[in-house]
Write a protein that binds this ligand. Sequence first.
Ligand SMILES: [Zn+2]
Length: 142
Amino acid sequence: MESPVRRIRLNDPEAPQQPVAAPAPGWLRFAGWFVPPIFLGVTLGTLVLLRRGPDEFFVGVLSITFALPVVWGLISVFFPAYADRRCPECKGLTLDSIADDALYGLSCSACGYVDESATAWKFAEERDAPLEPMVLKSRQSR
Ligand SMILES: [Zn+2]
């Protein structure tokens, strides 16, 4: 007669694999420092709003909240970012992309510095050429 108790053997226990997080970009590592002051500011603003009521302080905060993205947009439109042409080796303003239709790769015409992995996106944007063929070519080459 077969036993009603069935024995099973489990695998030997293994340590759970810890997920390895990708390193955060440089600016994101410092973004965490702004979270406590923002929360503190929100808390203080809420206390001021509760004590004084919805008066000009609330209107001021609301105006700043809506005006800040508009001001940031205007700054971005009238003062756009330009490609950094300073060579990391010779410090001259002679850096350019490797090819006219390349989205990656920088070279210096003065010292011969070449970095094939650096992004040349800003140089491509400055040429006022359509970017879509360059992106499609970049995708096909990868
Ligand atoms: Zn150089």
